[in-house]
Design a protein. Sequence first.
Length: 84
Amino acid sequence: MTVGCVEFKDGYCLISAVGKTGVKRIPLVASFMPLLEWLGKHPKRNDPKAPLWVSLGNNSKGGRVSYCYLRKLLRRLLTEQHKA
């Protein structure tokens, strides 16, 4: 996914995703504000070809976050959520 895959509307956004059957436009309502905030912090928010999910760490700032890392992060967040 790239920054250009996100299109903001009034109160929601559309994500363009490419799948086996072609391009799908997926509406997001609950994720609208967090995604808007994230793009406000995104180091390459004005580049439509930039990866949507990037690292903010010093060593790899602006680099694409790997699927493996995102999976690990989500797993950790779910574990923390279950402990709370």
